[in-house]
Design a protein around this ligand. Structure first.
Ligand SMILES: *Cc1c(COP(=O)(O)O)cnc(C)c1O
Length: 445
């Protein structure tokens, strides 16, 4: 028998016209009552709000999808987890457990990877600033150092003298892939000959340095796979030149990161997943280009440093409504307990916003403000939500990439983070900050 419908008080509310645009009707958001089988309500009760939630199953699934897309097409493929995208140890350890190496861009991240048990020879060390002491440690550990500029190559010559050993390194390349603007500030430019010049410096270092690889990272959230095809071709040609002309012991090509996640850029009309390339389409573009370039030879090992594409969808943020207000123009808005302090990427993305219960009644276009006393603290300019009251929660998704590393302790403290395991256990992986935590850095005078 149908359960008896509960009575809902009728309300008269101003409806905003234009709830359809030329691409169709806006869709009513589906409620998200649980994450990986755990009720949102229980999570808030046990860990408070706001709360970041990571799904271990999604982390593992995405890592397997990436590995499968590349390993089925290319025998020598190795992923290295991009620490800056999310360096929570619990997240890194899941990726390492799935066979991923570490890719780091600072001394801090290098030490974090070492403390996670990753040996130097499975750490790719990128970035424009590597402090001398840490660079020396990385050289001693046999890390894969990717030089960004000539001063760094000079440092490595000195380090080679000090440790009395040849230092192997790769160089970062920037190149024209038809994507504009090009990221020309990192590494050595290919077309201008700077990259070749840097390689010559290494080749003529009296055996102190040896060039073993080339690296590029052409952009982030790349909504087209064609630039990877062009990058792979140019990198392959350069690789062959370094090997054959400069006689360097070349061992790998690293094509960096940049794959999309199912997020929605503010400028996009359609929702994320319907228009974006899959790992398979990037893999097809890259590996076919490498096979063409190296044929009939076996192409060299390929490394990738995928960040966002692996972790974004595994992260959720539960936030609660702390206030409800009507703006002077009649538009409704909600004040949340989480804002741009926790969601650095809200500048670029319209996260999906889901209510956490089934609601009857109408949905209305609302603005979501954060808790900060700052005009810029807007989480969504406009999204469709039911009539939510103070204390009720919503879920923002996907927020796993770049938020829990770029978040700021500003006005508010940072909240707890939990991970849900494949058998529905909830593990606290980072506790909420306290005033004493923050005070502990200050020195009493
Ligand atoms: C940030 C970064 C990555 C990861 O980029 P995504 O766009 O998150 O995949 C990889 N390599 C380098 C050098 C980076 O700086």
């Amino acid at each position: 028998m149908e359960p008896k419908k509960t009575y809902v008080r009728p309300v008269i509310r101003r409806q905003f016209m234009g709830a359809a645009n030329k691409f169709g009707r806006f869709s009513i958001p589906e409620p998200l009552t649980s994450i990986d089988g755990v009720e949102v309500e229980h999570l808030v009760k046990d860990y408070g709000s706001p709360l970041f939630v990571f799904s271990e199953s999604v982390l593992r699934r995405k890592m397997n999808e990436l590995n499968q897309a590349f390993q089925t097409r290319y025998s020598q493929f190795q992923a290295a987890w991009s620490y800056k995208t999310n360096y929570l140890n619990a997240v890194c350890k899941v990726f390492h457990d799935e066979g991923s190496w570490a890719e780091v861009v600072s001394g801090f991240e290098y030490l974090k990877a070492r403390k996670n048990g990753i040996p130097g020879n499975k750490i790719i060390f990128n970035g424009p600033y590597k402090k001398y002491e840490i660079l020396k440690q990385a050289a001693l550990d046999g890390a894969r150092i990717h030089a960004d500029h000539l001063d760094e190559i000079q440092d490595l010559v000195k380090i080679s003298d000090e440790i009395g050993k040849t230092v192997n390194l790769a160089i970062r390349i920037n190149l024209d892939t038809g994507m504009y603007p090009t990221w020309s500030r990192f590494g050595f430019n290919l077309e201008s000959g700077h990259a070749l010049e840097a390689a010559r410096k290494i080749a003529h270092s009296n055996g102190k340095l040896k060039l073993t690889g080339i690296h590029c990272h052409i952009g982030t959230f790349m909504i087209d796979s064609a630039p990877y095809k062009r990058a792979a071709k140019k990198m392959a040609d350069f690789y062959k030149r370094l090997k054959n002309e400069l006689r360097q012991p070349m061992q790998y090509i690293d094509l960096g990161g940049g794959f999309v996640s199912a997020n929605k850029l503010k400028a996009q009309y359609l929702s994320g997943s319907s228009v974006l390339p899959s790992f398979d389409s990037y893999a097809e573009a890259i590996t076919s280009s490498l096979y063409d370039s190296f044929s009939p030879e076996e192409p060299p090992p390929l490394f990738l440093e995928t960040g966002r594409g692996l972790v974004d969808e595994a992260g959720y943020l539960i936030a609660s409504i702390v206030g409800n207000k009507t703006m002077p123009n009649g538009h409704r808005s909600l004040v949340l307990d989480a804002g741009v302090n926790l969601l650095y990427t809200s500048t670029w993305y319209d996260f999906k916003v889901s209510p956490t219960k089934h609601y009857t009644g109408t949905y209305e276009d609302v603005t979501l403000y954060g808790p900060l006393c700052m005009n810029i603290d807007v989480v969504r300019d406009s999204c469709l939500l039911p009539n939510l009251h103070r204390g009720e929660s919503i879920v923002l998704h996907p927020v796993g990439a770049y938020n829990v590393t770029q978040w700021m302790q500003f006005i508010e403290m940072r909240p707890a983070i939990v991970m849900i395991t494949p058998n529905r256990e909830v593990k606290l992986i980072r506790r909420a900050e306290t005033v004493d935590d923050i005070n502990s850095f200050e020195v009493e005078t």
